[in-house]
Design a binder for this molecule. Structure first.
Ligand code: PEP
Ligand code: MN
Length: 338
């Protein structure tokens, strides 16, 4: 259920409404909007009566949400959510481009790539310190040391850092360095982890699970939103299908479908989506054409020497060429690429 109020509704009226919701055993969530103030209600809303709220001061309307997910649904909030992270927007007109290697491998490697990307105008830098690998014998990431190097990247180049959290035990260290915490595909339905990251209030990049439907993805986002954290960025990164000629099947259908059902921004990860470096640019462009709010792309200064995902990583030269094409594409899809 959702209560709509005038944007300038007095705080006392808002608090009275929230108190009433709590007294009825449900949870209120203030939803920031630009035209109306929304108070989303979760819990046993079937026991609530719309008219009990309609009579309250400042209330303009009360609506029932029919989707299984509530807070992240378009029904709950008509306008697109735009996140402002260290002065850079994700969502809205802006195309957000996140780039960087799959993993932090060494201090020298991460600083080298960060410098190249900074000089190419990139604002969002990705790299994993904790890596979810299919084999327990594969490189697992530099862990705490990796976070230390990422902190150095942040202070030296002023880049916005995106890094993955695998385990709730490391949440404090990761949240200290990360401007955006990544929840990887393998953890999309780790509900305990979703609740914990939700509580940090930090922006969360939630990647679609390997065999998750769009509805599963939105239900997982709802776990984060239920902690009153609406700083959520969704990511289509390919799903498992019967097709074996590519690493995954990048489901670009998900982009317009998510946009229809949710107000949250969605990025496309063509690197994991197709898994073949020289084919990444084509799928990156396709992702933006499909309506994505940006991209997350793996870039390595020496892809052939990368400790993880080298085969799908772009070299700086390939990445620059792609950026030039994206700059041409942006105005065609009525977007801005700064
Ligand atoms: C990654 O971004 O390097 C990664 C492991 O992604 P995913 O969780 O989508 O496989
Ligand atoms: Mn990777």
């Amino acid at each position: 259920m959702m209560i709509l109020l005038e944007l300038d509704a007095p705080r006392t009226d808002i608090e009275k409404i929230k108190d009433k919701i709590i007294s009825l055993g449900c949870t209120p969530h203030e939803l920031p909007g630009t035209r109306k103030l929304g108070i989303g209600i979760t819990g046993a809303t079937n026991l609530l009566k719309e008219d009990d709220f309609r009579v309250m001061k400042s209330v303009e309307d009360v609506v029932r949400i029919s989707q299984k997910y509530k807070l992240v649904s378009r029904e709950m909030k008509k306008e697109d959510t735009i996140l402002n992270i260290s002065g850079n927007e994700i969502g809205g007109k802006n195309l957000a481009i996140i780039a960087g290697p799959c993993s932090v491998e060494s201090r020298e490697q991460i600083l080298t790539i960060a410098e190249i990307l900074k000089n190419q105008g990139i604002k969002f830098f990705r790299a994993g310190a904790y890596k979810p690998r299919s084999s327990p014998y594969a490189f697992q990431g530099l862990k705490e040391k990796g976070l230390e190097y990422l902190a150095e990247v942040k202070s030296q180049f002023g880049l916005t850092i995106i890094t993955e959290l695998l385990n709730p035990h490391n949440i404090t260290e990761v949240a200290d360095v990360a401007d955006i915490i990544q929840i990887g595909a393998r953890n999309m339905q780790n509900f305990a982890l979703l609740e914990e990251v939700g509580k940090t209030g930090k922006p969360i990049l939630l990647k679609r699970g390997l065999s998750a439907t769009v509805e599963d993805l939105l239900m997982s986002a709802e776990y984060i939103a239920a902690q009153n954290n609406f700083n959520i960025i969704l990511c289509e990164r390919g799903i498992r299908t019967f097709e074996t000629s590519t690493r995954n099947t990048l489901d670009l259908n998900a982009v317009p479908v998510v946009k229809k059902h949710s107000h949250l921004p969605i990025l496309v990860d063509p690197s994991h989506g197709i898994g073949i470096g020289d084919k990444v640019p084509a799928m990156a462009l396709a992702g933006i054409a499909a309506g994505a709010d940006g991209l997350i792309i793996e870039v390595h200064h020496k892809p052939e020497e990368a400790l993880s995902d080298g085969y799908q990583s772009l070299s700086p030269v390939q990445f620059e060429k792609l950026m030039n094409k994206l700059k041409q594409l942006a105005p065609i899809v009525e977007r801005e690429l700064k």
